[in-house]
Structure formats: C-alpha cells, structure tokens
Design a protein. Structure first.
Length: 96
C-alpha cells in the first residue's frame, strides 16, 4: 500500500507542477503553441511518475534501467516530431 500511495502522490504532484510550469511558460510574451503546452505538462507528470516507481523492484537492475529508459525516451522521441523540417534531418530521423 505504501508503494501505491507513493506512486499516486508523486504522479499527481507531477501533474500539479506541470500546470505550474505551463502557467509560468505562458506568461511570457507571445502565444505558447498547444503541442509545447501539452509536452510541458506530460514531461512533469512523467518525472513525478518516475519518482514514484523508482521504489519498485522491477527485477534485476538492468531490467529496471531498461524500463525507466524506455519510459523517458519515447516522449523525447515524439517531441522530435514537432521540430521544424530541416533538409539535413527529417522528422522520422528526429524521432529515431
């Protein structure tokens, strides 16, 4: 029960501070694009979730590292799809 409580509290704290960061970012001059706003909130939520699940034993340490790496690599890969088109790098290569 203690681990479940930690995961829930950490994830909800991540959501809360995601909105705080969004509010601070949107107070700057100019309009904040909605994909960037969503990314700010989702990233903070993922950080909170990672803090929560870091107490879980996912087996041997390489398995734990692999799972944690995948959780944080996919959102970064999807943010590469928002990059402007470049003749040297396509959006697909930015995702990979």
């Amino acid at each position: 029960m203690q681990k479940t409580k930690r995961i829930i509290i950490a994830t909800l704290s991540g959501v809360l501070f995601g909105f705080v960061c969004f509010g601070l970012a949107s107070s700057a001059p100019g309009e904040l694009a909605w994909p960037v706003a969503i990314e700010i909130i989702v990233r903070r939520t993922l950080i909170g979730f990672a803090i929560g699940i870091s107490c879980l034993s996912l087996g041997h340490w390489p398995l734990h590292g692999l799972i944690m790496g995948m959780i944080f690599s996919f959102p970064l890969a999807f943010s590469g799809l928002m990059a402007p088109e470049n003749p040297e790098f396509s959006k697909v290569s930015m995702f990979i």
